[in-house]
Design a protein around this ligand. Sequence first.
Ligand code: KIV
Ligand code: ZN
Length: 523
Amino acid sequence: MSDKIIIFDTTLRDGEQSAGASMSVEEKIEIGKALDEMGVDVIEAGFPFASKGDFEAVEKVASNSKNSIVCGLARAQRTDIEAARNALKKAKRFRIHTFISTSDLHMKYKLRMNKVEVKDCIKRSVSMARNFTDDVEWSPEDASRSDRDFLYKTIEIAINYGARTINIPDTVGYSIPDEFGNLIKKIKSNVINIDKAIISVHCHNDLGLAVSNSLSAIVNGARQVECTINGIGERAGNAALEEIVMCLKTRKDLLPYKTGIKTKNISKISHLVSKTTGFFVQPNKAIVGKNAFAHESGIHQDGMLKHSNTYEIMTPESIGLSSSELVLGKHSGRHAFKVKLEELGFKIKEKELDKLFKKFKDLADKKKQLFEEDLIALVDDESSTNSKIKFIDLKVKCGSNLNANAEIQIEIDGKLKKSMSDGQGPIDSIFKSIQKIVANSAQLILFQVNSITKGVDAQAEVNVRLQESGISVQGQGKDIDTMVASAKAYINALNKLINKREKHKSGSMKFSSKIQPIDKHVI
Ligand code: KIV
Ligand code: ZN
């Protein structure tokens, strides 16, 4: 049996299903490229039938991918499978991933189908997908809560009709590691044609066990794991790619498997996904949290100085971090700035570099010490200037004996707009002044401020969550001035809200759980 573990990343599909996460087509293309570069074997780029935006994103990720297989999700029905094929056809290599629930609970209440109908549906959907590609993955949704004998039978049917990857989802994150590992072992010994397919696993993190369950599945014979960057995904998320990969790398002694992931890209892609979705990575998150390599206690620091292995089981460099020491200052030149950005993995065109270098000099005038995080924030800020609504300028008046007032200038589709508002405090007045220009009924659900680096002159990172008619979005803004960072975060969220509103209007996001059976002539 091969020791290669296929890494199937579903950040752009299950990850985007996280409440509040929203990615534009351009953002998905950027993440898709980064996943491809990092060595992900299969990128699940979206659910093409879900909306025009999803279709376009899958199409673009497919045509941009150099090495990764690009995959699209499809329910077991004609419309979905056709949409997946149409979105994927420009890819060098593509996969159609089709699924249907197999648990009694899902079949009875969600699908309203009996076992015979579900088996019939598997035959038709897998055959139909096989007409379009040899690379078909099939998932029995809610597998871990399905009747075992029925599950084995459905897997056998899917393989007979052409599925070459069988993905076992722990859809509701209910399993525990021994139980889930055992399920994989039992599938291997009870499904008579299982040798014709690769077993994959897709674990959700509702009980915090997604990574452990995935590893237990590997030990018991799974050779593909489905995961997401930073573990984002439906509800509590999916198994985190970086945790699985680094676990396999660090514990080779007990887990003798390999992946094709370039681990040095992990830190950068984690940051990219966090910035894009607006989901902060908690400081103590394994591998990519801000504190994952920070040694705070005196005893630990002393140990580290004597020998790093005393308290370090993997190096920060192995995930692409260097120590967050002072990198550049006021007197650094354009060349040093460019080299540092390249070291951080940013390939910036000369014209953009001029703009960025100017911003860098402005920042260096305000801030004594510039850290890598500051440079990353500069690049992030520049990339958000391509949006529909752009921040231009802000003046705020506030204080203990003053009525707060904000005066904002923003650009919408290239046109400069100004407004002014009073409010209950500076943030309220900033947001109200923006609302006067960009009318919306969104409620502010969350407002959070973090500092990017240490020191009183650190840049602020503000996160806001807005909710409007069932749509929820996160926005992020960074600046040395917390008020400006707040305005940028609010504008960033509004850009995403506009984007998501359009998606809702254009798409068929209102899914019916009831499957429209594929006509009999398909098989
Ligand atoms: O969690 C799940 O069951 C899924 C399937 C579509 C694979 O995301
Ligand atoms: Zn899932």
